[in-house]
Design a protein around this ligand. Structure first.
Ligand code: NAD
Ligand code: UDP
Ligand code: UDP
Length: 330
């Protein structure tokens, strides 16, 4: 099959975003469109939502296809962002075999597509490749501490295998790859029933429901606001070819889950009570990125404080819950 011509000076770039109807994907599509690119969103709507991309549908440079990346995809594009994969533990554990297929078969298909087109390809990898880390904060050189057979393994090992494939396509075929290890990110467009901690706490606080702290709440995470992360994606994709990653993208300010709960209660003015629930299996005790590489090679670091990002996210969920309450029952 013929290769498409390299991007001509002045011609719009055509960019494929897999998982483009999801939380991060929809923000990325909006950002790429705002820069004048043509955007093709491919999503099977497993966790993605039509609402996330509704405002983009008016833009003639935006196109959506319902597609599962575990099947081959033949399109003509200049760049690929591979984001398709459920990211919340409750969603990726619902059909774990499909999760591994999405990470592994999906990566093979997207890498095959990139190889045919000689297109740059970005992989949304994850801090989960470090598992329950024995090194803290985590630099990219740390190989991780991952259970290969537990309930989180479909996601963790799937993403690790995808990284292996990306680096083998680089070594074997010279493919221009960009592998980002994303740490916990939050913001508008998270699903109301996403199940991850920030959206859970905000939705529970706004509804006056009990706030569910898994375990004793002393486990830590570092939370990055979505706009900061997307800026990191775009900078990384535009960086010199030799910057392949893996590169950590996240906010290095670390909080306990109990601290997060207190902050959400304060910012929402909620009267919700805190309740403790069992800690899920293999839940990492601590997680925080070392972003020295992203700072040095991309000139990137997050700028949105947690308090400010949470306030914007609370605003979003407040409006979303009001819309859902007003909608007729399905
Ligand atoms: P999300 O669940 O909101 O989005 C994932 C999107 O992929 C959804 O639109 C879903 O419908 C789609 N999808 C799932 N399987 C698919 C398949 N087989 N074919 C086509 N589409 C499919 O999650 P998100 O938070 O936006 O995460 C996006 C990517 O970033 C994921 O790859 C995730 O692993 C990675 N990531 C996210 C975070 C985070 O904190 N948000 C952290 C680390 C890594
Ligand atoms: N593929 C795709 N779109 C393309 C080219 C390839 O989806 O435009 C898929 C195809 O299913 C193939 C996979 O990518 O199996 C890997 O492609 P590659 O060329 O690396 O390997 P091969 O075709 O030799 O198995
Ligand atoms: N968590 C919690 N209550 C919730 C959801 C999650 O205490 O309602 C905890 C979870 O056990 C984990 C942390 O918050 O320790 C982050 O969980 P999340 O699912 O957001 O992401 P991940 O574990 O993948 O980092």
């Amino acid at each position: 099959m013929a290769r498409i011509a390299p991007t001509l000076r002045g011609r719009r770039k055509r960019v494929l975003v897999t998982g483009g109807a999801g939380f991060l994907g929809s923000h990325l599509c909006a950002r790429l469109l705002s820069e004048g690119n043509e955007v093709l969103c491919a999503d099977n709507f497993y966790t993605g939502e039509r609402d996330n991309i509704l405002p983009l549908l008016e833009n003639p440079l935006f196109e959506v296809i319902r597609h599962d990346i575990t099947f081959p995809l033949y399109v003509e594009v200049d760049e690929i962002y591979n984001l398709a994969c459920p990211a919340s533990p409750i969603h990726y554990q619902l059909d774990p075999v499909q999760t591994t297929k999405t990470s592994v078969h999906g990566a093979i298909n997207m890498l095959g597509l990139a190889k045919r087109l000689n297109a740059r390809i970005f992989q949304a990898s994850t801090s989960e490749v470090y598992g329950d880390p024995a090194v803290h904060p985590q630099p990219e050189t740390y190989w991780g501490h991952v259970n290969p057979i537990g309930p989180r393994s479909c996601y963790d090992e799937g993403k690790r295998c995808a990284e292996t494939l990306f680096f083998d396509y680089l070594r074997q075929y010279g493919l221009p790859i960009k592998v980002a290890r994303i740490f916990n990110t939050y913001g508008p467009h998270m699903h109301v029933d996403d199940g991850r901690v920030v959206s859970n706490f905000i939705v529970q606080a706004l509804r006056g429901d009990p706030i569910t702290i898994y375990g004793d709440g002393r486990q830590t995470r570092a939370f990055c606001y979505v706009d900061d992360l997307i800026d990191g994606f775009v900078r990384f994709m535009a960086s010199d070819a030799e910057i392949t990653g893996p590169i950590n993208l996240g906010n290095p300010e670390e909080f306990t889950i109990a601290e997060l709960a207190s902050l959400v209660i304060e910012l929402t003015g909620s009267r919700s009570q805190l309740v403790n629930r069992p800690l899920p299996a293999d839940d990492p005790k601590q997680r925080c990125p070392d972003i020295s590489n992203a700072r040095a090679s991309l000139g990137w670091q997050p700028s949105t404080p947690l308090r400010e990002g949470l306030a914007r996210t609370i605003d979003y969920f407040d409006r979303k819950l009001a819309t859902l309450a007003a909608a007729p029952a399905p």
